[in-house]
Design a protein around this ligand. Sequence first.
Ligand code: PMV
Length: 363
Amino acid sequence: MELTEIQHEILSWKAKNDEVFSTIWRSPSNIALLKYWGKSEGQLPINPSISFSLSEAHTTTKITAYPDAINPGISGINNNKQHPFLQKIAPFWLTVVKEIPLFKDYRIDIHTQNTFPHSAGIASSASGFSALTLAVVDLAKEISGKQLPHDVFIKYASWLSRLGSGSACRSVYGGFSLWGVSKDWKNSSDLYAIDINEHIHPDFHHLQDAILLVSAKEKRLSSSSGHDLMKEHPYAAGRVIQAKSHLKLFQKALAEGDLELLAQLTENEALSLHALIMSSRNGDILLEPASLELIQRIRNFRLKGLPIFFTIDAGPNIHLIYPESEKEKVKAFILSELNDICPENKLIFDYAGTGPQKMNEID
Ligand code: PMV
């Protein structure tokens, strides 16, 4: 089913009665290997990106919809009418009501929790917006009594969550996903992400991600300001060319199980992202001394034969990526060689997960 057909159908949904409905969804964060950085009007990416969804780092969100034509809209988050996330959600909610008009006569109560620190360079907005959107679309089904085939439901949720936070559109899938149109990938789109697991070598299905928290503080550069900086970035055109050529190589590395190529591309993407951030107007340095030390130690250890590599989002934390087959050895290396330089002394052992899930209770 085409996206426009789904959108058209959902626009016509009406509440079947005036009951109160609620639903709970858990959705993962994801880590991009090929980075989305820079967007055009309508939150469309200037280049394609590839990520895998995590397992341990996730958000669980419960939303309850009360029929209330007098006081519609979001009444609060976690019983807090001033919750900081409200500012981010308010414009998104206007989009939701425009696309799913049945919500215009509902008051919405949100309860949400994360398994990891907010805004610390781990994509909390990806898990946050995808969990919220999946819950919203599921609730719209309940309120209207309508059904959607699972793949249609997920495609629509990917599209809608993208309007909240770009990278959220990749979190509606387990394993690997691609967001951004490319002539080399059938069905790829700038509007929503697609599941690309059938093109991934089995060796990579259970890729591990040890998140080394250099700082759990609020990040200095929000991703929306970062994307904005790309609009007048002197290297923007070059970045798009680079990302498109990386996409081809990622396609090959992921399909063939070529870990060396995957490592080289992934690290280059992370360092390119930070090079773009540093060379933006008001150039910012998000990496901390500990981030650089971790990178050096990871690279030195790779020379000794351990197949490990890193990636970094728009923050100082280092994601150490490795195959499941090396799990025990890498864990020992992290605990003996890396843990002491993480100032927070915190790490999250995460791994490619199976994707979002409808829950019975908030965990
Ligand atoms: O979805 P946003 O606006 O939070 O942007 C995410 C940007 C990066 O995390 C740096 C890269 C990515 O592709 O996830």
